[in-house]
Design a protein. Structure first.
Length: 327
């Protein structure tokens, strides 16, 4: 694991919980103590919530922390999660590529940079993929596996099965597209939300309420397409003809978010965003959301994507405990 910020630390916790030995590399040496503390905390909370069978120390015994790229040599899979900057990633991948064996799988947790661009930074692009996680990675079920133009699709299938061992419901992006699946869906919603507020159609609070109480109820269980199946495709087809032409097709962020950013707003991190926050409110929102992620996970596990197939007695996914890395 290369890059041990918030996301990298959470991915590391996920890998440890899955039973892997992990080499955690933080390029900035002085950040290592904080990274270790985050990983330990994630594991301690997971134990307290009953999500894992072992205490944090037992998982931490399988973790080696370092700032030295040469220590990556034995890794069969490398996950990069450094700053979302193309030149920084270029430099990091050059060091990773030099350190690992040629048959190692190298991946990036980028949320938007095309995988086809990033895989040009390594000597064996067929073994390069995007692995896009959602924070907190050790509790959420989301994981995108993204193929670049030169990615070996048999390895993508291997990663898909391995992701199930990581307790994810993975999705495979067969062709590289900017933003992949999750972000393209989310940013379409962000754009429309900004449009509704800027146009005076609704307040920020009411847009959030609508999102929570419409999509928030059905998406966690059935997604988009099955929801249309269950509630009448014909009606959606009719509405699409009238509604699609009226939706925002803005090519960039609007003044609502521009003004916040230009004035230094950064949400709960400095108390100024779409909402304002005191220090007490900030801490409580973070604590409450953290608790929610564990509770929503428990609910999601009761209703997996194949819940009906399981109830009908259909075969479950193949066992991947003995999964070998393809050559």
């Amino acid at each position: 694991m290369v890059g041990l910020g918030l996301m990298g630390s959470s991915i590391t916790a996920c890998m440890l919980i899955a039973g892997h030995s992990v080499i955690g590399l933080e390029p900035v040496l002085e950040n290592l103590p904080a990274s270790e503390g985050r990983i330990r905390t994630y594991l301690e909370i997971a134990w307290e919530k009953g999500l894992v069978p072992k205490k944090a120390e037992e998982y931490m015994a399988n973790l080696v922390l370092t700032d030295c790229y040469e220590k990556l040599r034995p890794a069969s899979i490398v996950i990069e999660s450094v700053k979302e900057d193309l030149e920084i990633k270029r430099a990091v991948f050059a060091k990773i590529d030099q350190a690992v064996e040629r048959d190692a799988i190298i991946s990036s947790n980028t949320s938007a940079i095309p995988i086809s661009d990033l895989q040009e930074f390594v000597s064996n692009p067929a073994r390069f993929f995007g692995l896009h996680w959602m924070q907190p990675a050790h509790t959420t079920r989301f994981l995108e596996i993204i193929c670049g133009q030169k990615s070996d699709h048999s390895l993508a299938d291997y990663l898909y099965k391995l992701a199930e061992k990581w307790d994810k419901e993975p999705v495979l992006v067969k062709k590289d597209i900017r933003g992949f699946i999750g972000n393209r869906l989310m940013y379409a919603m962000y754009r429309e939300a900004l449009h509704l507020v800027e146009g005076g159609y609704a307040t920020i609070e009411d847009v959030d309420r609508a999102c929570r109480n419409v999509a928030g109820y059905f998406i966690p269980m059935v997604g988009v397409f099955r929801w249309m199946d269950m509630t009448g495709i014909g009606a959606y087809h009719t509405v699409m003809k009238e509604l699609f032409p009226t939706l925002s097709n803005a090519h960039g962020p609007n003044s609502l978010i521009n003004n916040i950013v230009e004035n230094g707003g950064n949400g709960i991190f400095n108390g100024r965003g779409f909402y304002s926050y005191t220090e007490e409110e900030r801490a409580l929102w973070e604590e409450t959301y953290s608790r929610f992620t564990y509770e929503i996970r428990e609910l999601a596990l009761k209703y997996p994507h194949d819940v009906v197939s399981r109830k009908l007695g259909s075969p479950s996914p193949s066992d991947v405990d003995e999964l070998d890395t393809p050559t």
